[in-house]
Every structure is written in structure tokens, then in C-alpha cells.
Design a protein around this ligand. Structure first.
Ligand code: SF4
Ligand code: SF4
Length: 274
């Protein structure tokens, strides 16, 4: 697939004035602690329930996803074994320095359960449809790709103020000394997708299929099918922030999901009828 060139100079940006008072308070509150709280529950404590997965908005099943291809990822949590092959692949593909990250595996521990005491949760940029980082960036160095919906960086425009790091509710960004800019997941746009590949480094490296990458606009695509199936709950992280994430989570250990993956029939979920 060929993608037209984006004219960055014509792109609109809301600037810092659109950052809500609530978000401003959050920036201040997080302050210097933002990098350190990642694994401590900032994300996990606010993990959502089903229903908010269909957060992209709109009226019909296909049209409710505004981009085409509307790149998204479904994480089937129970399949993650914490091997970190995805992280390794991501780091190598995107030249991520040792101190940086574009994706990580969180560990959630349970106490008092007999069957399973640890759960692994892959996390990355959610490529939010309503991205606080994009709204906060004063130089438009970070932007929502109007075609694919990927939240990308134009490094040379970054002045290193780190406002976007504080604005992101998912701690998905870090400052790269090598790039002299903030760096983050771009669904491997620069290194793979823009060169014709169809999978991200992490999804292609995952040995268990815990990460499924695809086009949420296409009802035939596996990502669409997984998000819209009825048998298993699908959720997004931090729905209360209303960022309209494009990373969807499900347990992924039921036979119905295997059936979908094997191309068998399933029922579509129509959010308009709920
Ligand atoms: S660090 Fe860069 S991307 Fe982030 S707000 Fe500042 S200029 Fe924008
Ligand atoms: S997860 Fe963070 S970095 Fe990614 S689009 Fe949302 S606010 Fe921006």
C-alpha cells in the first residue's frame, strides 16, 4: 500500500490551550515522579471493563473508525509469557537505547489466588484518537497521522520540553539523548510499515501470538474480528481518561477466540444496538 506524503506545515494543532484544567493538574501532580510510577500501578489500578473498548466513536461499524488503515493492536493477555521477545525486537528495530523503551511488559501480582498468581500485561503507546500528548505539544513535533491514525514524532521539531511525557496517561514516552527528542512507539511506521511490511516488530516476534496487529477499519481483518467478537470481554486501559485508545485487551484463552483465528464464523457486535 502506498501512502501519500503528509504536509506537516498545514497540520493543525490545538496547542497547550486545549489541555484541560484536569490534565494540567495531573501534569503538576505527576511532576518528576512520572517515570518512576510506571510499574507501580499507575496504569494497572485503572484497568477498565468491557464496553469502553468501542471508544473510537461514530455511527456505523466500519465508519466508526476514522482512519484507513486504522492501525490497532489486540493484546491477548493470557498468552503473554513474559519472554520479552517483543521488547527485544522493538528495541532492535527502532534503535531504542538501553535506558529507553517503546513497549514494556508489566507484571500484575495477585495474592491469595490458587490458580494463577502472576499476569503479564504488554503495554505500549495507545495511539489515542484523542491524544493528550498531541494536544500538549507546543511545536507540533508529535502528531496524529491523518491517514493511519498512528501517533508519530517528527524529531527535528522536538525542543525537548517533555510536556508530552507529562501529558501521556500511559507513560508511553521517554526522552532519547541520541535523537535529542522524545521517542515513542510508532507501530514501527518508520522502520517497517512505511517500507511495505504489514506487521510491527513486536507482533511478528511474539512466539505465542499475544500481540495481534492489524486494521480496525476492515471487517475481514483479525483485529476487527477480535475486537468485535461477543464471547470474550475486550477492554482498554484507563477509559476514564477518554483518550480513545487503539490498543485493546482481552484474556484470549477461550475456544471462541481460537475459532476466530482459524477463520470460523462468529457474531458481529454492533455497538449502535447496545
Ligand atoms: S518534548 Fe517534543 S514532542 Fe514533547 S511536547 Fe516538547 S516539543 Fe513536543
Ligand atoms: S498513549 Fe500517550 S503517547 Fe500514545 S497517543 Fe496516547 S497520550 Fe500520546
Amino acid at each position: 500500500m502506498k501512502f501519500p506524503k503528509i504536509n506537516f506545515d498545514n497540520m493543525k494543532n490545538e496547542g497547550t490551550s486545549s489541555v484541560t484544567p484536569q490534565e494540567r493538574r495531573k501534569f503538576l501532580k505527576l511532576g518528576l515522579a512520572v517515570a518512576g510510577v510506571y510499574a507501580g500501578g499507575k496504569i494497572l489500578s485503572l484497568t477498565s471493563i468491557v464496553g469502553t473498548a468501542h471508544a473510537s466513536g461514530g455511527s456505523s461499524i466500519v465508519k466508526k473508525y476514522p482512519y484507513n488503515p486504522h492501525y490497532s493492536m489486540v493484546i491477548r493477555q493470557s498468552l503473554c509469557i513474559d519472554c520479552e521477545k517483543c521488547v527485544e525486537s522493538c528495541n532492535k528495530t527502532n534503535h531504542v537505547p538501553e535506558y529507553g523503551y517503546r513497549t514494556r511488559i508489566l507484571t500484575k501480582k495477585y495474592s491469595g489466588t490458587l490458580d494463577k498468581q502472576v499476569e503479564f500485561i504488554p503495554v505500549l503507546c495507545n495511539h489515542c484518537n484523542d491524544a493528550p500528548c498531541v494536544r500538549a505539544c507546543p511545536t507540533r513535533a508529535t502528531f496524529k497521522d491523518p491517514i493511519t491514525g498512528i501517533v508519530r514524532m517528527e524529531s527535528k521539531k522536538c525542543i525537548g520540553c517533555k510536556t508530552c511525557i507529562l501529558a501521556c496517561p500511559y507513560d508511553a514516552r521517554y526522552f532519547s539523548a541520541e535523537r535529542r527528542a522524545v521517542d515513542k512507539c510508532d507501530f514501527c511506521w518508520e522502520e517497517r510499515l512505511s517500507k511495505g511490511e504489514t506487521q510491527t516488530g513486536c507482533s511478528s516476534a511474539c512466539p505465542t501470538g499475544a500481540r495481534t496487529f492489524g486494521n480496525l477499519t476492515d471487517p475481514e481483518n483479525i483485529v476487527y474480528k477480535l475486537v468485535h467478537q461477543l464471547e470474550e470481554q475486550v477492554w482498554v486501559l484507563r477509559p476514564a481518561d477518554d483518550t480513545k485508545p487503539n490498543i485493546f485487551y482481552m484474556k484470549g484463552n477461550m475456544r471462541s477466540v481460537d475459532n476466530i483465528l482459524n477463520g470460523q464464523k462468529f457474531k458481529y457486535f454492533d455497538p449502535d444496538k447496545v
